[in-house]
Design a protein around this ligand. Structure first.
Ligand code: PEP
Ligand code: MG
Length: 326
């Protein structure tokens, strides 16, 4: 099994009919970046930067963040895409340095981009660090928990401010760095056509998108039957987001757990997802599966599942129609 997978290390990620996608990793530290590279990932689709802020009483400095982002990029080498997500700390995580108030509904609360836009000095430190590291690799910047166009535009304006500061200080960065958003709130998924005109890319965060679409706390094990990305309401949103991005010639990835799940890969490939970001250990199995799938045939499957009743029906439909899964 292991040896079979080995042949897919360092290979491009292509379907049986020659359609190429990107298989990249979700990481949460520089150490993860090195491991993900060893495990065959082509880059990073989600660098969760929360580790820099957690378990300490002060805030991480610009230099400290710069080193972490640069080291992650260098673990992969030139050209590999590295998507850095700005901090996604929420009311459910203790953060002594920010003195966040306790909330009744932390998942619906003061978190992520909402904190960053409220505390621009804190946000700009991170933006400057990412920009500086972009001189050393193919870094991209991604904003989490975007609900409105206004939030995106404010975040983008602060990014432009940070760029302007660096220019006036003669500090190098990639002038053409891509900036995109996570689609993990149904409001943003519904407005994807509007966002697509302005962003460089989308990355669909199904962990939260499922939670908010199904109104089911992602941490509650009793709600497993609801916390399933195969539910057609979720699939319809995903399909809508991919179409909206492609209409504006933007690429679209996915960094929720769904992207690395074998049963979901044929659907997502059929819908035309461009980038799949998953835990590093899922990359080689996903590349092996992809090599057996025919993308052209799966476009029909991707449409058919949108009309089914629920996740269970989708699961059995895919199992029946995709023999390559077994
Ligand atoms: C998601 O919400 O799908 C996601 C990838 O982000 P996180 O799991 O960090 O919330
Ligand atoms: Mg999320």
């Amino acid at each position: 099994q292991r040896a079979l997978l080995e042949q897919f290390r360092g290979k491009p990620s292509v379907s049986a009919d020659g359609h190429q996608v990107e298989l990249v990793a979700n990481i949460g530290s520089v150490q993860d970046a090195r491991q993900a590279h060893e495990q065959g990932a082509e880059g990073v689709g989600l660098f969760r930067t929360e580790f820099l802020y957690m378990g300490r009483s002060d805030l991480p400095t610009e230099d400290e963040q710069f080193s972490a982002y640069k080291d992650a990029a260098e673990a992969f080498g030139q050209g590999a895409p590295i998507v850095i997500r700005t901090m996604d700390i929420g009311g459910d995580k203790e953060l002594p340095s920010l003195q966040l108030e306790k909330e009744d509904n932390p998942f619906l609360g003061y978190r992520a981009i909402r904190i960053c836009l409220d505390r621009p000095e804190l946000f700009k430190t991170q933006l400057r660090a990412v920009l500086r590291a972009s001189a050393y690799g193919n870094l991209k910047i991604m904003f989490p928990m975007i609900a409105t166009l206004g939030e995106w535009r404010q975040a983008k304006a602060l990014l432009e401010q940070a760029k302007q500061e660096l220019r006036s200080e003669n500090i190098a960065f990639n002038e053409r760095i891509e900036a995109g958003i996570m689609i993990e709130i149904p409001a943003a998924a519904q407005m994807a056509d509007r966002f697509a005109r302005e962003v460089d890319f989308f990355s669909i965060g199904t962990n939260d998108l499922v939670q908010y679409t199904m109104a089911a706390d992602r941490m509650n094990p009793k709600l497993g039957y609801l916390s399933d990305p195969l539910h057609p309401p979720v699939l319809r949103l995903i399909d809508q987001v991919i179409r909206a991005a492609h209409k504006e010639n933007k690429w679209v990835g996915m960094c929720g757990e769904m992207a690395g799940t074998p049963i979901a890969i044929p659907i997502l490939l059929g819908m035309g997802l461009d980038e799949f970001s998953m835990s590093a250990s899922a990359v080689l199995p996903a590349r092996a599966l992809l090599s057996r799938l025919d993308r052209e045939k799966l476009t029909f499957l991707a449409e058919a599942v949108l009309d089914l009743d629920d996740a269970e029906a989708v699961r059995s439909y895919v199992e029946q129609h995709v023999p390559e899964l077994t």
